[in-house]
Ligand binder design. Sequence first.
Ligand SMILES: Cc1ncc(COP(=O)(O)O)c(C=O)c1O
Length: 390
Amino acid sequence: MHAAIQRRLDAAIAPLRGRLATPALLIDLDAVDHNIGAVIRRCGGAPARWRPHIKTVKQAAILDRLVAAGVTTLKCATLDELSLALAALDALGDPQREGADVLLAFPLHQDAFHAALALAARHPRVGLTLLAETPDHARLLDTWAAAAAPPARPRIHLDVDLGMQRTGAPPARWLAHAAALARLSNLEIIGVHGYDGHLTWTQTAAAAAGYDALVELAARLIAAGAPIAELVTSGSHTYPTALAHPALGGGPWRHQISPGTVLLGDLRVAAAADDLGLRQAAFVASRVISRANPVRLTLDAGTKAISPDRPSPTCEVLGWPELFPQVPSEEHLPVKLGGLTAPPFGHLLWLIPDHVCTTVNLYRSALLLRGDEIIGESPIAAAGRAPWLL
Ligand SMILES: Cc1ncc(COP(=O)(O)O)c(C=O)c1O
């Protein structure tokens, strides 16, 4: 399997030999389409059950593939991603754009709130939903919305801490403030958001317990007068538990899962790849830049080419199981030689990142593979950060 992928990548890149500087990111669009289809099938054929987080892909070429498959609700974390997502959904014609919406799933401070509203104002035909982090944050959002010019009444999801201890208030705190929240006239509270990224693939009981709590919160908020119409949960490690949870999918609301890493795949989402039959869609092309030592070589894929958010190794070398990536520095990746053969100086190798989301963020553009050909370059418009002084 790996050998076939490696041959295809090598053949596709062959016409570029002699002018391809590495490290370079390559995205296999056929694999992306396959992965999108696999997730939608897993959602019972309903693209509306999926609100993919676009922090993994950050580029219009892949958002276009999602909307072509019928996905019209997206999730993001940054203003750069928001800008890209709004534009991708705005490009849809009528009536496909109906209900198109971006959930900016990040607690905004006042300046980011105004920047988000300004971006949304450029795309009035696409919905924007924001996150309230705590009841106090909801009150701040309400005040900022009242003072916005033109006045705004943003749609809001209440962010629930399901044990990740990152953002959001526990269900009991939201419930204690339910009546007061219903009186906030400048916010339209429409949903509940719970992300459980601290859980692993096998922690299904803990995931289900979190969803029980979310469902109970949603039902009690509805009883208190809040029109909760959406529950958004789960990434690439917990979506099966969410899809199998009868009450999540069976309430008087729409339930959506939001895995994003599954679009491209990496070493971390191996369990989801098995479950969904994913194809690896992102590779870093890297060259051997040192053969000075008999027991190691060095590649040009340091931490500025493949992000090191966990202890090493940061990647696997496609088709070379006897090459063992070691601790990288900024531009260099030492690799221990474990076998009798080793690639020579200048040899091009394909690396599969341990964490693809933060790796894509390092590139300004990716090579796009379709069939057996490199068909162009895709700007990664939401990579890095802009200050958004709108
Ligand atoms: C709030 C939120 N939703 C969804 C996701 C997507 O999860 P995954 O990367 O596991 O696909 C993330 C990932 O960081 C997230 O932070």
